[in-house]
Design a protein around this ligand. Structure first.
Ligand SMILES: Cc1cc2nc3c(=O)[nH]c(=O)nc-3n(C[C@H](O)[C@H](O)[C@H](O)COP(=O)(O)O)c2cc1C
Length: 141
């Protein structure tokens, strides 16, 4: 069974990276050019923080994520989105994950704060395992 890879972006504070590395699933950091410029080899999950910039448009989607999603191939194979955020940002909580999900028509699979709790990690693993099984089933039938 192919484990559904997680492509994530994490800034210098590394909270999302900490979460991604705890998953025990293939995880690729879009902060690294090699991954940012790659094309996926099958269905994948996006894990993104929200980063309010305070500029006029108040973009919250990290540039590396935006860049990766410029590929129509990558967009087509996106299965769902997980978001890391901070409730202190009020109405912008999880803005990036929610916006990408709304625009792509894919579900938000999980939302958590900062580096997540052990429960969040377990929940992400449960969701990914379910996805792996569903995709293997689809492939077989
Ligand atoms: C400058 C800045 C802006 C942020 N803006 C938002 C936001 O708009 N919405 C939100 O839910 N979280 C926001 N956060 C919280 C981050 O998404 C959250 O801390 C995330 O875990 C950071 O992951 P990273 O350390 O891997 O980059 C912001 C954090 C920073 C430092």
């Amino acid at each position: 069974m192919r484990p559904t890879p997680v492509y994530y972006y994490s800034s210098a504070s590394g909270l999302v990276r900490t979460f991604a590395e705890r998953l025990g699933w293939p995880a690729f950091n879009l902060a690294e050019r090699e991954h940012r410029r790659s094309e996926v080899d099958g269905p994948w999950v996006l894990l993104t923080p929200s980063c309010t910039t305070g500029n006029e448009a108040n973009d919250t989607v990290p540039e590396a994520v935006r860049r990766f999603l410029r590929s129509a191939h990558n967009r087509r194979l996106l299965v769902g989105v997980m978001g890391s955020g901070n409730r202190n940002f009020g109405r912008y909580y999880q803005h990036a994950a929610r916006e990408i999900a709304a625009r792509s028509g894919r579900p938000v699979l999980l939302e958590f704060e900062l580096a997540g709790t052990p429960w969040d990690v377990a929940e992400a693993q449960r969701v990914l395992a379910e996805l792996d099984a569903a995709l293997a089933h689809r492939h077989a039938s």
